[in-house]
Write a protein that binds this ligand. Structure first.
Ligand SMILES: [Zn+2]
Length: 62
């Protein structure tokens, strides 16, 4: 069975089909690897943190 679902990665904002779901969001395997290999002093780490905050700060809609 071929699974061809595409998900919207919250980090790179691209459509990917390999990765994992975190809460209601999706992180692709490329970004996961990139985050693991990024040092906290690297400026791009701040970018990842900023993108991740979208996951932990869900929009409240009434
Ligand atoms: Zn990604």
């Amino acid at each position: 069975m071929k699974v061809d679902n595409k998900y919207f990665c919250i980090i790179c904002e691209g459509e990917k089909n390999i990765g994992y779901h975190l809460y209601h969001s999706f992180i692709c395997s490329d970004c996961e690897k990139a985050m693991i290999n990024t040092d906290v002093s690297d400026p791009s780490y701040q970018y990842y943190l900023k993108q991740l905050k979208k996951i932990y700060a869900p929009k409240i809609t009434i």
